[in-house]
Design a protein around this ligand. Structure first.
Ligand SMILES: Nc1nc2c(ncn2[C@@H]2O[C@H](COP(=O)(O)OP(=O)(O)OP(=O)(O)O)[C@@H](O)[C@H]2O)c(=O)[nH]1
Ligand SMILES: [Mg+2]
Length: 202
């Protein structure tokens, strides 16, 4: 019997955290940012891609990622774990400060090559999501919608959710959509294939 192929991995090394754009590391190759609402699973998706459960901090408490976290990809390029939007329990000033850091990063970082927008497949296209998508299209920034936590739905429910989101985004040629599960690894290879456009050596 032939051996199952090892799943491909995205080897990442933590570089540094930054509270704002000024404190970000000097640009060094293409950056792919992971954005989304608090608790959508951005950090879990990164951990799944690296195969290291502790690489990016994951928490049952939303609002865990409060800094921009930079990771080097082994053969060039970077991945950035952004703080989540809409963390209800944060003080207003804390929330405003990290949201303005995210806005500054997205609008001013020259190295930004593409965005992975993580959503909960059961609650897609929340106000922050549509705002980010609306902004990305005129900028022609490639954006991958990840419908995460797909393990929470049946196969049929997943296909329906993805079809519905795709239909709502037909006016956005820069956007593509896929289901994903950080828990089971569903969609892992498909996402790595998409990332390889900007990180050609993975
Ligand atoms: N069932 C299931 N749970 C998931 C999945 N991805 C993440 N979670 C859970 O969702 C919660 C939030 O995950 P995080 O990765 O910390 O979310 P985040 O988007 O980084 O959150 P912030 O750092 O607050 O912005 C944790 O309890 C995870 O275990 C998934 O694919 N399936
Ligand atoms: Mg996080």
């Amino acid at each position: 019997m032939s051996k199952m192929a090892e799943p491909r991995r995205l080897p990442l090394t933590f570089v540094q955290s930054a509270p704002n754009l000024r404190s970000c590391p000097p640009e060094n190759g293409a950056e792919i940012a992971f954005a989304g609402r608090s608790n959508a699973g951005k950090s879990s998706v990164l951990n799944r891609l690296t195969g290291n459960r502790r690489m990016a901090k994951v928490s049952k408490t939303p609002g865990r990622t409060q800094l921009l976290n930079f990771f080097d990809v082994a053969n060039g390029g970077r991945v950035v774990d952004l703080p989540g939007y809409g963390y209800a329990k944060a003080t207003r000033s804390a929330q405003e400060s990290w949201q303005s850091a995210v806005n500054e990063y997205l609008s001013q970082r020259q190295a930004l090559a593409a965005v992975v927008l993580v959503m909960d497949i059961r609650h897609p296209l929340q106000p922050f999501d549509t705002e980010l998508i609306g902004w990305s299209t005129p900028s022609e920034l490639p954006l991958r919608v990840l419908l995460n936590k797909a393990d929470k739905l049946s196969g049929n429910g997943r296909s329906k959710a993805a079809a519905s989101v795709r239909k709502q985004l037909t006016a956005h040629p820069n956007v593509s959509v896929q289901a994903f599960s950080a828990q089971t690894g569903l969609g892992h290879d498909e996402l790595l294939g998409w990332l390889a456009t900007w990180l050609p050596n993975i």
